[in-house]
Design a protein around this ligand. Structure first.
Ligand SMILES: [Fe+2]
Ligand SMILES: [Fe+2]
Length: 155
């Protein structure tokens, strides 16, 4: 039996909250943080590029989608900063501000999204033109230079 989109995406929320929260409360490791941050970037990509266009066919969800995109835009600079620091092998202390900011945003965003969007995430049905979300996570790296829709302009 395959996992529903709802379960898959909400499960990733828990992994990301744990991995990023672990740095904030001191219980986690660099590896868990790194996994969580890269997952978060891919998670936002799959949501915006594949899931949201399907949900958008329902006009009743437009406001909720706009809120989700705006939340992603708030997270994006912190994701970029964390990835930059991870790649530079910076000390974990230097990653703390970005982790704290991401965690604070995730705690609000994830609950909202699970209620407003994931409750209908299984309207995304894989077919010949739409790979399953599960396979997108397994196989897809995000296109180089891709940024989420509401990412602030780069300085
Ligand atoms: Fe999201
Ligand atoms: Fe999400």
């Amino acid at each position: 039996m395959s996992t529903s989109n709802q379960e898959l995406l909400a499960g990733q929320h828990r992994v990301m909250e744990l991995g990023i929260g672990g740095l904030v409360d001191g219980s986690g490791s660099r590896e868990e943080l790194s996994e969580a941050v890269y997952l978060l970037r891919r998670h936002i990509y799959v949501e915006e590029a594949f899931l949201f266009p399907i949900i958008k066919q329902d006009q009743g969800r437009w406001m909720a989608l706009a809120q989700m995109q705006s939340d992603h835009g708030d997270m994006w600079p912190h994701i970029e900063s964390a990835i930059y620091l991870l790649q530079a092998n910076a000390p974990l202390d230097d990653l703390f501000p970005a982790a704290q900011a991401m965690l604070k945003l995730l705690e609000v965003h994830d609950q909202r999204e699970e209620t407003a969007i994931y409750s209908v995430a299984d309207r995304y049905v894989a077919d010949a033109n739409y790979p399953s979300l599960e396979s997108l996570f397994a196989a897809t790296e995000i296109p180089p230079g891709w940024r989420c829709l509401r990412a602030p302009e780069q300085a």
